[in-house]
Write a protein that binds this ligand. Structure first.
Ligand SMILES: Cc1ncc(COP(=O)(O)O)c(C=O)c1O
Length: 397
């Protein structure tokens, strides 16, 4: 049979789409017996399985001709209207997307040309870096920690550069778990507004706060100040079920229109059945569901923090999350997280090394632990194993 050299047949963009080495590492986390803190997977015990089964059957029986038909690109109107009311915006300011991941790709498509500067935090969400990278931008990065991006560096960067947008995850950042305080949000917006820049606010973890209340989003603060330049992304993945792939963008109608046109060429629309199902699931009892989810993640986070305090050797630094799904860790003395990963797998525990979360390199001594998926007992056992792996790495050979 004739063979083809596919790499010479693909376009230039294909060269920028690379399988990350991390994916290879992550395959190891699926070995039986491994306790994995690697994936950012929501807790499966929180999925509304029974309710979804019942409602899906009802939808197909009673609204089958809508649920199984093509739908509008902007989204199923009752769901768009529900989201609009929830966020306090107009229906034409909302676009339903197939996961927030799709919104990230659409933003890349709409805003980025080859070589366009785009500013993001270091570290930032790997899926966003991957989505934007395909469009060949020039990444500008700003260090980010427990209190979000370093505003001094950010302001200094914006004196030199004019990024097409700033991509930020102000609440319970993936991977760092950071939470930008209110004052920092306001200061950031002042700078952005003065320069007329676009901010893409990814608020995937908006409802997963452990404290009393949610901080106002950049989007909300900007609207109060009459500034239309914040594009807001969030998703039903962390509060219902990621497999449904239903998420949303809220933004100025002109931005929504362009994103909608870009979406038409990708998938015409997000599956209608899934959108109706999401609408049915959030219409009633959503507030109670959110309370339950918050309580579950808070308990898991506390279990991880208690176990870390017991098991981690001196010199290891880690964040104390105020919400979200992650603990972010820095290893001492420039120890490599990839080296630790190999030892951890031998101990049957896994995490994600931090380096791929840095768009411009660095972070070799960092790693991310997700407490979302396992129960507190297994979290404690996992941290015991991680402690053993780390002590093995620290011990002189
Ligand atoms: C910050 C952030 N943005 C977007 C996504 C993708 O979410 P979705 O499931 O809605 O595509 C994730 C998923 O982990 C995330 O952490």
């Amino acid at each position: 049979m004739k063979t083809l050299d596919w790499t010479t047949l693909f376009g230039e963009r294909a060269g920028r789409i690379q399988a990350s080495t991390i994916r290879e590492l992550l395959k190891l986390t699926q070995r039986p017996g491994v306790l994995s803190f690697a994936g950012g997977l929501p807790a499966p015990e929180l999925f509304p399985k029974e309710e979804a089964a019942q409602k899906a059957a009802e939808i197909l029986r009673e609204k089958g001709e809508v649920a199984l038909q093509y739908g509008p690109t902007e989204g199923y109107l009752p769901l768009r209207a529900w989201v609009a009311e929830w966020l306090g915006v107009k229906v034409e300011e909302v676009l339903i997307t197939t996961g927030s991941q799709q919104a990230l790709d659409l933003l890349g498509k709409v805003f980025l040309d080859e070589g366009s500067p785009v500013l993001l935090e270091a570290p930032s969400y790997m899926g966003a870096i991957q989505a934007f990278r395909a469009y060949g931008p020039r990444f500008l990065t700003v260090p980010a920690g427990e209190e979000g991006p370093d505003l001094e560096v950010l302001e200094e960067t914006l004196r030199r550069e004019r990024p097409r947008f700033l991509y930020l995850i102000p609440s319970f950042q993936n991977p760092s778990g950071g939470l930008m305080p209110l004052a920092a949000r306001k200061r950031l917006l002042e700078v952005v507004m003065a320069q007329g820049l676009v901010v893409v606010e990814d608020d995937a973890y908006r409802e997963l706060y452990f404290g009393e209340a949610r901080l106002p989003s950049l989007f909300e603060l900007a609207r109060e100040a009459g500034y239309p330049g914040v594009i807001y992304l969030s998703s039903f993945s962390k509060v219902l079920a990621p497999g449904l792939r239903v998420a949303f963008v809220a933004a100025h109608p002109e931005a929504i229109l362009k994103l909608t046109q870009a979406k038409q060429g990708v998938d015409l629309h997000t599956p209608v059945l899934n959108q109706i199902l999401v609408h049915e699931l959030v219409k009633e009892g959503f507030a109670e569901r959110l309370e339950r989810i918050r309580a579950t993640y808070k308990a898991k986070a506390m279990a991880m923090l208690e176990a870390l305090a017991r098991e981690m050797p001196e010199g290891v630094r880690y964040t104390r999350p105020k919400g979200g799904m992650f603990v972010w860790m820095e290893l001492p003395n420039g120890l490599s997280a990839e080296a630790l990963f190999q030892r951890a797998i031998a101990e049957e525990v896994a995490f994600v090394p931090g380096a791929p979360f840095f768009a411009n390199g660095g972070g070799e001594n960092t790693l991310r632990l997700s407490y979302a998926t396992l129960d507190p007992g297994r979290i404690a056992e996992g941290m015991r194993r991680l402690g053993r792996a780390l002590k093995g790495l620290l011990a002189p050979a």
